[in-house]
Design a protein around this ligand. Sequence first.
Ligand SMILES: Nc1nc2c(ncn2[C@@H]2O[C@H](COP(=O)(O)OP(=O)(O)O)[C@@H](O)[C@H]2O)c(=O)[nH]1
Ligand SMILES: [Mg+2]
Length: 260
Amino acid sequence: MVSSAWKQEAELKLQNIAKDFGLPISVELYTSIAVLLITLFIFVIVARFAFKKRKSDTILLTGLSGSGKTALFYQLRDGTIHKGSVTSMEANVDRFILHSDSIKQGRTKPVRMVDFPGHMKLRAKLDEFLIQAGGIIFLVDAADFMPNVRSVAEYLYDILSKALIVKYKIPVLIVANKMDKVTAHSIDFIRKQLEKEIDKLCVTRTGISDADMTSEVLIRKEGEPFKFTHCLNKVTVTEASVTTAQLADVYQFIREQIGS
Ligand SMILES: Nc1nc2c(ncn2[C@@H]2O[C@H](COP(=O)(O)OP(=O)(O)O)[C@@H](O)[C@H]2O)c(=O)[nH]1
Ligand SMILES: [Mg+2]
């Protein structure tokens, strides 16, 4: 009884509004429009959910041997660097809650961390891990930098020019590590040197893009010297010291990827 009275009242109000605006008086018409709008709204929500890119919680640690990947892995997991770690020939993989988060309340999302060895021999295996990565942390030894600048740039170029990285816009954080050392170069110097070296590689190794996700694609803007900002994915250069736990940007990068 109450509901039919309410319905009548609503219909009357609707008719009055329609009259005021000079619109046709048809409850069915307005009901159809309402149903259509609601259906459209539900469709948009479902479509957004269904087509949302799957976010991977895997962070890949890469860089030349000795850049500090294993030290960073343990610093993030345990809050210590396990001094005296030997050079590994296999990827170190573990899923854990960041040590700094496990002592705080509220943040409980784990991250899957892959410490991939920098050995040249293992580079072919890198693709396997790149495919799983939601984000890549590329470590550079800021102190022992100049003798290795070419090798660092080549390794970085290999990653940045991968079709897979470009297509899925996998963010890359380049970390100038060992900033606690007095001989460490500045972050600006490291960024400029790497951009210069990568620019040379772009010219000599002009990639041919095809359907293969592990193939090389062009990352340089036509007629301009290479800059990290040219990359379609987000490439950021930052500084850190794993041993003294100066890792603010590293933590932020990881949290952005895992969404915590
Ligand atoms: N001074 C200093 N030494 C570091 C830092 N990070 C790593 N190391 C040292 O660098 C060496 C190589 O680190 P490691 O993690 O084994 O490098 P990986 O080969 O990339 O895994 C080890 O002796 C670490 O203790 C840092 O931030 N500062
Ligand atoms: Mg290592």
